[in-house]
Ligand binder design. Structure first.
Ligand SMILES: [Zn+2]
Length: 270
């Protein structure tokens, strides 16, 4: 079981002691987002901060020639725009929901104030920052060294870690952007994965995966990256948690994730 596989409830919030969590909770707004919702656009200020409870968010870099490529993927293990604690700054990437999800949202100013007050909040932000850096470094190495089928299998597995079923809501166009290749290359690679039994079916906008077969095709980056990040989360986020951490995590899921009304994030065209 990896640090962020399945389940509901933000991992970073779940790691906070109640007194530290209480600095944030009164300022949270619950939101839901649909696939393709743009949560942050490149050039926008990093405000507000999103703590996803479910769903998958892709960070996309737009190149001057019109191409778009994904740099990383985030789910309930992360916090979108948490780096706003470093000071106001524009986002260098566009964050797009790849699957539907929910999040607790707080203004960057309120989050900065709580961050200044709480060593536990500073700790979760640091652990998360190191996990993001590690993912970016792996993706850079992977893009330079590994074959398209291994890379595509890695992205599909990373996406699968953040959705509750084997049917992934992902179009060929989205896959082309995730992997950073042309649509024709996606079509060719998908047929290779289908022949290997790793993609039992594919219909408009949905890809069914066979996880263990896909794991055999994915490059080493997937397992290596997940193992390192899991270890980091387990050692550095689990440490300050009391024995009832499990209970608290499900309580957070109930208060911020599973129940209550969510305000929908408007779906913005690109
Ligand atoms: Zn790789």
């Amino acid at each position: 079981m990896t640090a962020h596989r399945k389940g509901i409830g933000n991992r970073l919030l779940a790691a906070l002691p109640p007194a530290d969590l209480a600095l944030l909770t009164p300022h949270f707004q619950k939101v839901s987002f649909e696939p393709d919702a743009v949560l942050v656009r490149s050039g926008d200020e990093l405000d507000p901060v999103y703590f996803p409870h479910s769903g998958a968010i892709a960070f996309m870099l737009d190149m001057p020639d019109g191409q778009t490529v994904a740099t990383s993927l985030m789910g309930r293990e992360g916090a979108l725009a948490s780096f706003s604690v470093l000071g106001p700054s524009p986002s260098s990437v566009t964050a797009i929901a790849r699957t539907a999800g929910t999040a607790s949202v707080i203004s960057a100013a309120k989050f900065r104030a709580a961050h200044a007050q709480s060593a536990a909040i500073r700790n979760v932000v640091q652990v998360h920052a190191r996990a993001v850096l590690l993912q970016l470094q792996h993706v850079a190495a992977c893009n330079a060294l590994h074959r398209v089928d291994g890379r595509m299998a890695r992205w599909l597995l990373q996406l699968h870690d953040r959705v509750p079923e084997d049917l992934l809501p992902v179009t060929q166009e989205a896959l082309a952007q995730l992997v950073g290749v042309r649509r024709t290359t996606v079509t060719l690679t998908m047929s290779k994965l289908r022949e290997a039994g790793a993609i039992p079916s594919e219909r408009r906008g949905f890809v069914e995966i066979h996880r263990s077969r896909l794991e055999r095709i994915a490059c080493d980056c997937y397992a290596l990256m997940q193992r390192t990040i899991d270890r980091m989360y387990c050692q550095e986020l689990a440490a300050p948690q009391p024995a009832d951490a499990r209970f608290r995590q499900s309580a957070i899921a109930a208060s911020h994730g599973a129940g209550g009304e969510f305000k929908a994030v408007s779906r913005a065209g690109r």
